[in-house]
Design a protein around this ligand. Structure first.
Ligand code: ZN
Length: 154
């Protein structure tokens, strides 16, 4: 199995069995996002504890395999991180999807980085980039306590 096949395998697996697809009890922040071009919708629920750490994060929504896999992987990776660490990971991921070849954050281990790199295959497809980044933009809205619906079409 080559790297591309491994990446596809991981995306399909997360797309079929998304992690954290539920609503967090007593969430402290949330935000909705949508990608009208593909029909993807996500609602991110975030629970920060008193130390500004992510105690729980989950999502509800529906969409294509890329959107579901991206939200699934994202929610797994930011749990337990501090708010400022989450922001660093989001920025690093968005930079990687848009222009850079690799992730540079020290906050994730190699295994976690591999999961995010699975989504790098969308780079050549601008429509798919919107699917891959939807939940990340929505997480940013939730952290900023924004009441606006995050859209890929701003
Ligand atoms: Zn999509």
């Amino acid at each position: 199995m080559n790297l591309k096949e491994l990446y596809q395998e991981i995306i399909l697996e997360h797309g079929k069995n998304p992690r954290n697809l539920r609503k967090t009890d007593n969430f402290t922040r949330d935000a909705k996002g949508n990608n009208p071009l593909c029909g993807d919708n996500v609602h991110i629920y975030l629970k920060l504890n008193n130390n500004n750490k992510v105690e729980d994060i989950s999502f509800e929504g529906s969409g294509c395999a890329i959107t579901m896999a991206s939200a699934s992987i994202m929610t797994d990776l930011v749990r337990g991180k501090e708010e400022k660490e989450v922001k660093e990971i989001v920025t690093d991921f968005l930079n990687m999807i848009k222009e850079k070849d690799e992730l540079s954050t020290q906050l994730l281990n190699e295994d976690e980085k591999t999961k995010l790199m699975c989504l790098s295959g969308v780079k050549q497809y601008p429509m798919r980039v919107k699917c891959a980044t939807l939940s990340w933009h929505t997480l940013t809205s939730a952290m900023n306590n924004s009441q606006e619906i995050a859209s890929t079409e701003d």
